[in-house]
Design a protein around this ligand. Structure first.
Ligand SMILES: Cc1ncc(COP(=O)(O)O)c(C=O)c1O
Length: 406
């Protein structure tokens, strides 16, 4: 079974938008287009239910029900309990709150492991725990390949380590890390695990229950949804960490790491992400529970992306003038392709824009990873990122533009 691209693209109003015609979108890792069900739910919330939720009158009751629906259905796809899912303004704010919680949980002589492959969101807030007397150990990438070797983690693990933070895949290296294997190593050493899934989720929302980490984060605005950070906090850890919310909400797991009042409308609209996955599943004959539908859609998306990605990887690896960051085998990575060259990456992106290609250049807040690979930070990297809704025609447009620009 292959992905019905016409059906997919019909779910995204951006593809019918006059102002975007002829524009091939390759900055999806920065933020994706939004699917129609999310936009419709957001509109409905703002027009029909923009009241304090969870009250006895209809507008309020429905507002609350839609917020709960988002958590319940996304939890179903991710194979976790609905109260293990919570929302925050962004993934960065979620890790910030979590780091505060760990600051109150860890003892001074204890340690955490962070990587230099991560986006700063899953790195800086944790590293700052050093100011509180926590030992911070860095799991380093290979300077040539950007690879994060699970065997290297073993050298960093001992009885002092309580937390290991790493990305499902980096937003510049793109390589998909073996979350289950890494989690098993960390758990065996008695450490909890926090995975940044932001760069992975747009390519198929993961079954977090099966993968096994204690915390899994992703950003809805890069996954066809509204501007929210979504956090899975498994119960055992969530109940052990000190509550960061109002004291009277401490008995409610999904409120413990949401110190501010949440964005009601956007949470409600996040149910549209589940609508989208379900409509893809139904259209392609994928049945079963939420997790099964999510897994089937994940595989469809990945297969389409891999088929489009390999020719791009082959093209850039054949060019002497650019250095591909991360692996050249599409099966092992997300379609988030960063390229270093002798040219300034922002200039290259500006030149691509002249050819109707929307891409970006810079460091993408993955400064530690790029520096770890010896990239000239004055030039940065050109990043070409796409998703399952990207067409072969858009890939051709990109390759033709790269011919002119590189
Ligand atoms: C891999 C990765 N992690 C975390 C983030 C931060 O997400 P947010 O903007 O929701 O804080 C980003 C954003 O670009 C990212 O690419």
């Amino acid at each position: 079974m292959t992905l019905d691209l016409d059906f997919v693209r019909a779910q995204f109003p951006a593809f019918n938008e006059a102002a975007l015609q002829g524009q091939a979108f390759f900055e999806n890792a920065g933020g994706s287009y939004t699917c129609a069900p999310v936009i419709e739910r957001l509109m409905r919330y703002y027009t029909q239910r923009k009241v304090q939720p969870y009250g006895p009158y209809d507008a309020s009751r429905l507002a609350g029900e839609e917020m709960d629906e988002a958590r319940v259905r996304l939890a179903g796809i991710m194979g976790v309990d609905s109260d293990e899912v919570s929302f925050g303004p962004s993934t960065t704010q979620n890790t910030y709150v979590l780091s505060q919680a760990f600051a109150g949980f860890l003892q001074k002589d204890e340690a955490i492991v962070v990587t230099n492959q991560d986006h700063e969101a899953n790195s800086g807030p944790w590293r700052r725990l050093a100011e509180r007397g926590i030992e911070v150990r860095e799991w380093k990438i290979n300077a040539e390949t950007g690879h994060l070797d699970p065997e290297d983690l073993d050298d960093l693990l001992d009885e002092k380590v309580r937390l290991v933070c790493f990305p499902h895949c980096s937003n510049v290296v793109g390589e998909i890390n073996p979350v289950t294997e890494i989690t098993a190593r960390a758990h065996a050493a008695g450490a909890f695990v926090c995975v940044d899934g932001v760069s992975y989720a747009p390519h198929g929302i993961a079954n977090v229950g099966e993968l096994g980490p204690d915390i899994y984060l992703f950003s809805a605005y890069k996954t066809y949804g509204p501007h929210q950070g979504i956090m899975v906090m498994r119960r055992a850890l969530g109940e052990a960490l000190p509550n960061q919310g109002h004291y009277f909400n401490e008995g409610s797991l999904y409120k413990r790491f949401t110190p501010a009042g949440p964005d009601h409308a956007q949470i409600a609209a996040s149910a549209g992400m589940a609508d989208y996955i379900d409509s893809l599943a139904a259209h392609h004959g994928i049945n079963g529970d939420g997790a099964a539908r999510g897994a089937g859609v994940h595989d469809l998306m990945r297969a389409h992306e891999e088929a489009l990605l390999q020719p791009l990887l082959d093209y850039v690896t054949a060019k002497n003038s650019v250095r591909l960051i991360g692996p050249s085998d599409a099966a092992t990575r997300a379609p988030t392709v960063a390229l270093a060259s002798q040219s300034n990456a922002e200039d290259l992106a500006a030149r691509l824009a002249e050819h109707g290609v929307m891409a970006g250049g810079g460091d993408f807040y993955a400064i530690r990873a790029l520096e770890g690979m010896g990239v000239d930070m004055d030039k940065g990297v050109l990043r070409l990122s796409f998703t399952h809704y990207t067409s072969k025609g858009e890939m051709d447009q990109l390759l033709n533009a790269l011919d002119e620009v590189l």
